[in-house]
Design a protein around this ligand. Sequence first.
Ligand code: NAD
Length: 348
Amino acid sequence: MTQPSDKALVPFVSVDHMMQLIHRIGIGPMLQGLAEYIEADFRRWELFDKTPRIASHSAEGVIELMPTSDGEVYGFKYVNGHPKNTREGLQTVTAFGLLADVGNGYPVLLSEMTILTALRTAATSAMVAKHLAPKGADTMAMIGNGAQSEFQSLAMKAICGLTTVRLYDTDPAATRKCAANLAGHGLTVVSCTTPEEAIEGAQILTTCTADKQYATILTDNMVGSGVHINAIGGDCPGKTELAPAILHRSDIFVEFPPQTRIEGEIQQLDADHPVTELWQVMTGAAPGRVSDRQITLFDSVGFAIEDFSALRYVRDQLADTGLYHALDLLADPDDPRDLFGMLQRAAP
Ligand code: NAD
């Protein structure tokens, strides 16, 4: 039986290995590390190959492919979004992703990305809040206490110095779960029974709900001057979280405008409504927060470069950990033209 050569074996990070890697690094340091990789890639934004993600919509949800390349490494993520899944005991969002060598096209990493997406989404939110939230922001309202919520809270603590999180979800069981999971992580956790109670005293308002409709998680009168809104859950055509009036009062910051115009909160606005690209804030080409009274809004939809950065981070941490399987994914005969001969020699 022919053994695959080392160059054809692809490191595969399973869910179990990803969890071990996170525990080995520590979730706070890992969120900080991811934010550094994402910010580094945002700073070299212009050299990436960029396209809005390729979405296949159905009545129940969406399946998306998110590709990008920096010219040396290519990456993509497969990800779904099915808000009804939790009622059936399934995740709303699951994902896996791949990095490949642009030089020969061979994959160099395959990884679970359900947990990694939660980490990269949270790291991106906190990296953006570091630039846009009011100085000294220490309290966040976390509206929507599902799978992403603990990651969002811990990233804001690790990267922005958050001390208090105020939780609200239409399902009290989700709030109880989130509060229990956050116990012992160094945050003051306040469980609230209305969204109005959750936003009391919060300088950062995070919406992270899942519903396939134009929802109004925050109404105009709930948003005071000077806050930073981290809007995570509106990320598909016909799926938004904020009242349009809030958008008209905010300075809006986005990842990749051609994708956010289709998927983000700004799908509710005219196609030429001004927005600022976040990479320009990171490089200093555009201003971030300029006044204490300004409402800043991160209209997050999740962009391929964040997944690329996250996979790059994981690849760089793997050496010497043994936290991967060497996967026999690529047929790689000794004589590259003798694929059939390799098959024939494998006959039982
Ligand atoms: P989830 O289904 O685990 O949690 C969603 C929570 O929202 C549930 O607990 C639900 O009860 C609650 N909810 C629904 N309607 C609500 C309302 N009106 N008020 C308060 N709470 C409400 O989903 P998740 O994995 O945590 O993802 C949350 C959202 O974030 C999804 O819409 C998902 O598509 C999106 N998401 C965005 C990004 C990004 O990069 N922007 C990345 C990952 C997930």
